[in-house]
Design a protein around this ligand. Sequence first.
Ligand SMILES: Nc1ncnc2c1ncn2[C@@H]1O[C@H](COP(=O)(O)OP(=O)(O)OP(=O)(O)O)[C@@H](O)[C@H]1O
Ligand SMILES: N[C@@H](CCO)C(=O)O
Length: 291
Amino acid sequence: MRTVRAPATSANLGSGFDTFGVALERPADVVSVERAERTTIEVTGAGAQFIPEDPKKNTVGAVAEALDAPAHIRIDKGIRPASGLGSSAASAAGAALALNDLYDRGLSREELVPIAAEGEAVVSGAAHADNVAPSLLGGFTIATADGVRAVDTNVPLVACLPEEPISTRDAREVVPNHVTIEEMVTTVGSAATLTLGMCQSDPKLVGRGMVDEVVTPNRAALITGYEDAAAAAVDAGAYGVTVSGSGPSVLAVCAPDRRRNVAGAMVEAFEANGEKARAYRTWTGDGAEFV
Ligand SMILES: Nc1ncnc2c1ncn2[C@@H]1O[C@H](COP(=O)(O)OP(=O)(O)OP(=O)(O)O)[C@@H](O)[C@H]1O
Ligand SMILES: N[C@@H](CCO)C(=O)O
């Protein structure tokens, strides 16, 4: 048997739609695999009642098929599904690392990224790698058509998770198909600034790099209370705020000693809009690990 702890992740980071992602120190999924004649899945933990155990509908089933590694797979969910914290991706990343070792496939973590992304295609219709990449590699990752690059970083973050679920599949429907040259220039500038901030572990630069006028406004409109929560986070000292992944989670970057204030301000803002919420005070983190 092999057991892997795979971290939550936050993708897009505002300016890096379908490209940027970052691993979080917490929360995480724990995935255990044992050899079997055919793949079966057992899900427990956060939101398990909403997660299919059919291998054709669960991200880990696609991973087992891609690796030709049938197994009994147990997933203990630490990351609520449809949360914007890479719940589906963490299971896929954990299963990829565990099955690769169990069946001695000898693939590198980088080579496992597109395999884990096939799991994402099962649930969202797109094999986007911007959650599975940081969950496998850790740190800040840049996923492009010719591969994935990872950067070690150490940036304090607050992830605030309102109760209303939003599926990635639904949230991809509101992404515009075209941008203006002015929007492109703003996004490129933000993306470059965010990348520099991650390379230098500079939360102020990361916050400035979250500015996005293309995807974020359309996603924010799906999240009840987003504008109030984002404004409250900035008032409490956040350097930047954006939608985490496809939402509804909201990601803020701030100084380490401001995380409690930022977390409390966002939770209160959501509650003032009738939305219960919880917040994780965390840091950028490492990739999946054997336990
Ligand atoms: N192993 C899994 N863990 C979590 N969700 C899964 C899993 N397998 C399939 N799903 C399905 O995927 C959906 C959640 O994935 P989705 O991409 O929408 O949200 P997320 O991964 O939590 O957030 P995001 O991708 O925006 O960070 C749910 O409908 C769930 O039923
Ligand atoms: N880039 C993906 C990430 C989902 O977590 C999206 O925003 O649809």
